[in-house]
Design a protein. Structure first.
Length: 88
């Protein structure tokens, strides 16, 4: 979903570097895969076509943080009166 982003912190020897992959358009999402010593972060369209891909050596990845886009509240998310706890 537009606004989804993944932040990757990499060990660059003497310092760290931070990279960000963001879903830039509506309908796109950010996928994270890892295997065989590689972490891959890809921005993907609705149809599954990769738009941008970032690959990192897994041994160098210090942190990988996924930030989902803020979702709007839905009508069914509200609590019913019987589900509320009252302080009595």
């Amino acid at each position: 979903m537009k606004g989804d982003r993944v932040e990757i912190v990499i060990d660059a020897g003497e310092s760290t570097r931070t990279y960000e992959v963001v879903a830039t358009r509506a309908g796109r999402r950010v996928d994270v895969t890892h295997g065989r010593g590689i972490v891959e972060v890809t921005e993907v369209t609705r149809g599954g076509t990769a738009v941008r891909t970032a690959r990192f050596m897994a041994a160098r990845v210090l942190a990988l943080v996924e930030h989902p886009a803020p979702r709007g509240a839905r009508a069914d998310d509200e609590q019913s009166p019987s589900a509320r706890v009252s302080a009595a």
